[in-house]
Design a binder for this molecule. Structure first.
Ligand SMILES: NC(=O)C1=CN([C@@H]2O[C@H](COP(=O)(O)OP(=O)(O)OC[C@H]3O[C@@H](n4cnc5c(N)ncnc54)[C@H](OP(=O)(O)O)[C@@H]3O)[C@@H](O)[C@H]2O)C=CC1
Ligand SMILES: O=C(CO)COP(=O)(O)O
Length: 325
């Protein structure tokens, strides 16, 4: 039997469900874990997850709320919101076989600890091998089988290659790297910058302003990444620039949609996870600790915490001293 035959997905949200489909398409034996027994039973029976309503789960995907059963897999995909990752992996950890790869698929940085997703996995499941999967990929697109490419990183490049082989298919193309930190920073920061992009569009500042915001946003993402030891090619790759371009370009992104509503003076969309709202304060704390200037992210954090109006934030950004690019 190949080394990585079975895959369990922890977290039956939109992304977890899409990734269960991905793994099934790649020929793996797949189990999708929902923490709520009623939800698990409903998904198992109807083959539809209301969190990704347009998709009918492949018949081969098992759905469970039994964490011990879910832990019996060659690969774990941990697909909860970033701030819930520690609890989810901690619950799983006692049941895992030693050296099981646990691939974090959340995009964010933990509040309080400033830990990145693989650091959270390493602490919550010390016997597991942490990895990260991130890149420009909407759950809906992926589940519908539209072509997507992402980055998959773990410290051991050989393992990263094997995980790519286990999960990849013609329409879901993971690229491997050992630059874990680069992948994590791109995914976390792009969500905050996508909120700013949505605000620019909601405020009708024009396509030129959106391009400027996205480019200067990339500049601050890359500054922080380099300060944290990330490689330039990762920051300019799928999980960095690629995901930033996607998320700053369409209201299909929940983070962009939040910014759009804020910019228009409307209420924030209800029941939609916008990770950037959680990441913004911790990203700014991390940048300050690294002495990295992140004016766009700081403005987003200030707007979200009501320390600054949108108009004052825009004026603040537009009146910064001119400097070299
Ligand atoms: N949606 C997308 O297109 C993409 C999302 N991502 C990232 O994936 C992560 C998850 O997003 P997404 O799936 O969209 O979010 P959703 O809101 O759709 O789903 C989150 C899921 O996590 C579950 N969950 C929360 N805490 C736990 C826990 N302790 N144990 C088990 N399950 C738990 C929730 O369960 P319950 O229903 O019981 O609360 C819910 O089903 C985010 O970090 C996001 O940035 C990345 C790429 C694409
Ligand atoms: O991460 C994503 C696309 O790569 C999903 O974006 P949102 O979380 O903003 O919807």
């Amino acid at each position: 039997m190949p080394a990585h035959m079975s895959v369990s997905v922890i977290g039956a949200g939109a992304w977890g469900t899409a990734l269960a489909e991905v793994a099934a398409r790649a020929g793996r034996k797949v189990t999708l874990y929902a923490r709520n027994a009623e939800h698990a039973a409903q998904i198992e029976a109807t083959r539809i997850n209301p969190k990704l309503a347009g998709v009918r789960l492949q018949p081969s995907i098992a759905v469970t709320s039994d964490i011990a059963a879910a832990a019996r897999a060659d690969i774990i995909l941990a697909v909860t919101p970033a701030q819930h990752l520690r609890a989810a992996v901690g619950h799983l950890a006692p049941h895992l076989a030693p050296a099981t790869p646990v691939i974090a698929c959340a995009k964010g940085i933990e509040h309080g600890t400033h830990k990145f997703m693989t650091e959270v996995v390493a602490e919550a499941a010390p016997r597991a091998v942490p990895a990260i999967l991130s890149g420009p990929s909407f759950a809906d697109d992926v589940a519908r089988g539209l072509p997507t490419a992402v980055t998959l990183a773990t410290g051991d490049e050989e393992l990263a290659r094997a995980l790519v082989q286990a999960l990849g298919s013609a329409t879901f193309r993971p690229y491997h790297t050992s630059d874990v930190r680069g992948v994590e920073i791109g995914g976390a920061a792009k969500n905050v910058l996508a909120i700013a992009a949505g605000i620019v569009v909601g405020k009708n500042l024009g396509a030129s302003a959106l391009a400027a915001l996205t480019t200067r946003g990339f500049s601050e993402l890359a500054r922080l990444g380099r300060a944290c030891g990330a490689r330039t090619e990762t920051l300019a790759g799928l999980s960095g620039l690629g995901d930033l371009l996607l998320s700053c370009s369409t209201a299909q992104s929940r983070n962009f949609a939040l910014g759009l509503a804020l910019g228009r003076g409307e209420a924030a969309p209800v029941g939609k996870l916008a990770e950037g709202a959680f990441t913004a304060p911790v990203l700014c704390e991390l940048a300050a600790a690294q002495k990295v200037d992140m004016p766009v992210s700081n403005a987003v954090a200030a707007i979200l915490s009501d320390r600054l109006t949108i108009d004052a934030a825009i004026e603040g950004l537009l009146t910064r001293p001119f400097k070299a690019e």
